[in-house]
Design a protein. Sequence first.
Length: 334
Amino acid sequence: MFVPLPQYASPSDKDSRYRQSLYIDNEQDLKKEIDNLLAHNDEFIYRGVYDARYKMFSSSQRLWFLDDPRMLRLGCTNYYDTIECLIKLAANQPDVQQYIQQNNLPFNDFLILAMLQHFGSPSPMLDFSNSVLKGLFFAIDNMPAWTDKGTNNLDDYVSLYYISRDIDWVNCTAQRVMENAAGDIDRLIKQSREANPSLPIDTKEVEDNIRFLRYHQFRPEFGNIFFLPVGGPDAGRVNINIPALNFHCDYLIVNDRLISQEGLFIFNNTKDIPLVEVMNSVCRVQYFHCINIRKHLVPEIVSRYLQPNSITHNSVYCIGHAASDQLQLVFDGI
C-alpha cells in the first residue's frame, strides 16, 4: 500500500520547527532578504527546495520510505544494509576507481556517499552550498509546472534554508567521531595489554576502518551518531593517532577535486527522521532558518540574481565537463 512521504501540514506546523521562518510575497521583500544574506554570505550554508511542504529527507530516506525500486532491487531488507550495498556498488565501478586514483582522492566510504549524492544516486547525504545564490538555484531547479492557487498554502512557495557555519555540532563531525574512537581504541588496547601482556591483539580491521573511514562504523547499533557534517573547506581533514598501535594518519575525508556546488554534505544517519527534526532533538536548539518565497517570484530570482552571475543548470552541474559527464553516466546506472 502506498504511504505518502510526510510533509509539513501547514505554515504553523512548519514554523514551529525553525529558528526563524519568513514568507516573501513581493519583489521588495525578496530583494531585502536576499541582499541581506548576500552581505553575510560567508556566515551560513544554504539549501534550496522547490516545494515548501517538503521536509528535509535525504534521497535514500525518501526512496526507502516510498519502496522505490532503486532501493528494493538491491535485495536488502534493512535500510542500513542497503546503504552499504550502494557504497560497494559505486566503489566497484572502474570509472569511479579511475577518477579517485587520477585525482589522488581519499578512497573512503564517505567520499563514495558524497559522489552518490552529487551525481543523483540514493544517498543519506544532504548537500548544502556555501553560496546563497547556489541555494536559490536549487530552490527553483526542476520545479514542476505550477499555478498560484491564491490560498497562501505552503505549496505556493519555494524554500531557502540556511544555518550558521559556526553552530555547535555537539562534537558530531566525522573527524571528531573518528578521533574520539581512536582515543577509545588506544585506551582499550593499553588496558588489555596491562591485564595480559601476552594476549595477541588483531588490529588490522580496526586500522582499516579508521584509515579508510568505513560506513558501517557509523551504523546506529554502534553508537548514537545521528548526523555528521562531512567535507567542506573547514571540515575536511581528519587526524588519527593511536600510540598503542604506533598508528598515525592525517587525510582529507573528501577533496575539493570532487566537482561540487561549493559546499559540504550533512550525513543523516536515521532511517525516517528529517534532518531538521533530528538536529532539533539532538541539539535541543533550533538552528535552521527558512525563507519561503512565493513561486511567482521565480522569474525575479532568475533575472536579478542567477543570470547576472552566470548560475545556470549547465554551470552548476558541470555539463560539458568531461570527467563529470562520464561519472554521471556511471551513476545514472546505480
